[in-house]
Write a protein that binds this ligand. Structure first.
Ligand code: AMP
Length: 548
């Protein structure tokens, strides 16, 4: 079934119910949204686009994102969502690879037409619209003579809906083919595993709509709920609190770094649990590791409004879930391990942890995480070779390493390529990071391997100190890698330095796992989606002149 049917139905059953908000301003009802989508579909058809063709969206978060997604599906087209933080040259590569015919952009993310900032118009595109400009307004303006809008074009479950380019921290991104079936499955799974949604619930798009945050439009469309796009088109924790106060409790998806900033804002505002409950219904987090210390703090500050999911572009938002009940069960003997896990398989999928030959490993043993179910992509666009290595016997090989316990909880160790092998022993950076993050004075940490003549690799920790202890103080001991002083500083607070952190690790993990060296930095390099770029840290170690 075409995903646009979800809107078509809602427009029939509840035409007057509020659907789209630009900030706190109502932008349109379900009836209006459906008319706009049907109208855009007609424009696509008049413009010569055929079902199966692709339209690219290179836009900041915008209410027109939702209109375009539904309009494209209504016409049977597939959407190519492009991360708004990519360089226009990178976006051009995606447009070429996806063979997109039309593109919709916002001017703030496009280039100025020079070599450095990139093109202001994409090449190879038949029509490009700036959604804030007059030519787009003309496209949107409903033609009074238009005959009654017809329903969405018929689409089969295996037809392409969403051609998502993986963030690709190495090499060229791959186009993940997501079908109508995949997204229906993800949408229905939300109700069972994450949160039930009622008609007067509201989702706010705090994360990039080109990613999982945007896909959560689907379960909210299924429920006929409201969709709020912040006026800033980006993430601003104070704005989110304000919107929540004005419109009522909001649900959202956010990467852990964003969640940490929302928690910091709650602290800054002195918000009580009740204040947080008035502003936020459910905060779904995922996309990168959320450390046990951070989720504990989030629960303490904001109350029980968190749910974790694990998924990847290849099985969007649908892998495992660590739900409210799991997070609340503090009496459980394995509560701490569960907090550091990503939870249990979501209802629509099966999860296995396997060795290189695809045989299940024993509970507690590390292997690669495999996922099977109706949310798993159809394959990579124009890349059958990559598809064949990634999907084998219907199982998606995620590239994530992890363990399953006897109760079915999955704990991620690392991406297989992040594993450190030192003196023949496997070291999972995540384990070391969890320990270091509990140490006083540590705000963020990333552990990587550094080539070592004797051990193969040596463990190095990049540490961001808490605000009271910036990386580059006036004292020489604060220079990168040289923090050897210990004990309290002038403010009396415990200072994170190499000696104290070493002692901390020695008391908690096996000797061979502890970092051989610490680099104190102001910030960790992160991808546009907030994932720490370990590849860049490894590069820095190979080329110390580039070190922070
Ligand atoms: P992407 O395809 O860009 O969504 O990235 C997916 C990858 O992010 C996964 O393969 C994991 O490595 C990581 N990831 C997703 N969710 C989580 C989570 N809840 N905890 C830790 N890592 C996660």
């Amino acid at each position: 079934m075409n995903l646009a049917e979800l809107l078509h139905r809602r427009a029939g059953a509840q035409p007057e119910s509020p659907a789209l908000y630009r900030g706190s301003q109502l932008h349109g009802t379900h009836g209006q949204w459906a008319r706009t989508a049907a109208h855009l579909a007609l424009q696509f058809r008049v413009g010569g686009l055929q079902p199966g063709d692709r339209v690219a969206l290179f836009m900041r978060n915008h209410v027109r994102y939702l209109e375009l997604m539904l309009g494209a599906w209504w016409a049977g087209l597939a959407v190519v969502p492009i991360n708004a933080k990519l360089h226009p040259h990178e976006a051009q590569w995606i447009i070429d690879h996806a063979q997109a015919r039309w593109a919709f952009v916002t001017q703030d993310v496009m280039g100025q037409g020079d070599a450095a900032s990139g093109p202001s118009r994409f090449s190879g595109i038949e029509r490009q619209f700036d959604v804030d400009a007059a030519d787009a307004d003309a496209l949107w303006s409903l033609n009074a003579h238009m005959s009654a809008p017809s329903g969405p074009v018929a689409r089969g479950p295996d037809d392409l809906a969403w051609l998502f380019y993986t963030s690709g921290t190495t090499g060229r991104p791959k186009g993940v083919m997501i079908t109508h079936r995949n997204l229906h499955t993800m949408g229905m799974g939300y109700f069972v595993d994450v949160d039930p949604i009622a008609q007067d619930d509201r989702i706010v798009y705090a994360g990039p709509m080109s990613h999982g945050a945007g896909l959560y439009a689907i379960p909210h469309l299924m429920a006929g709920a409201r969709h709020v796009v912040p006026a800033s088109g980006g993430f601003d924790a104070a704005e989110l609190f304000q919107l929540g106060t004005e419109l009522g409790p909001l649900s959202l998806f956010a990467a852990p770094t964003i969640v940490n900033r929302i928690v910091a804002q709650a602290l800054k505002q002195g918000a009580s649990h009740q204040d947080c409950a008035r502003a936020f219904k459910t905060i779904v987090y995922g996309g990168a590791p959320m450390y046990a210390a951070d989720i504990q703090r989030a629960l303490q500050v904001m109350g029980p409004r968190f749910v974790q999911i694990y998924g990847q572009g290849e099985t969007p938002m649908t892998g495992t879930v660590l739900n409210r009940a799991h997070l609340a069960e503090i009496q459980h003997p394995r509560h701490l391990q569960r907090m550091a896990s990503v939870g249990v398989a979501q209802t629509p999928v099966r999860i296995r942890v396997a060795d290189g030959q695809g045989h299940d490993v024993a509970p507690g043993e590390i292997g690669e995480v495999l996922v099977k179910g109706d949310s798993v992509m159809a394959g990579y666009w124009r890349n059958p070779q990559a598809t064949a290595t990634t999907i084998r016997d219907g199982w998606l090989w995620t590239g994530d390493m992890g363990t399953l316990d006897e109760d079915g909880f999955l704990t991620l160790k690392d991406r297989s390529k992040d594993l450190i092998i030192s003196g023949g022993s496997n070291i999972y950076p995540r384990e070391v990071e969890e320990v270091l993050l509990q140490a006083p004075g540590v705000a963020e940490v990333a552990v990587v391997g550094e080539p070592h003549p004797e051990w193969g690799e040596a463990v190095v920790a990049f540490v961001v100190r808490t605000a009271a202890h910036p990386a580059h103080g006036s004292k020489p001991a604060d220079a990168p890698g040289s923090g050897n002083a210990s004990g309290p500083d002038a403010t009396g607070a415990q200072r994170a330095d190499a000696a104290t952190l070493d002692a901390w690790c020695l008391a908690r993990i096996a000797r061979f796992k502890r970092p051989k060296r610490y680099e104190f930095v102001d910030a960790l390099p992160k991808s546009h989606y907030g994932k720490v770029l370990k590849r860049e840290l490894r590069e820095r170690l190979k080329n110390p002149s580039g070190a922070a």
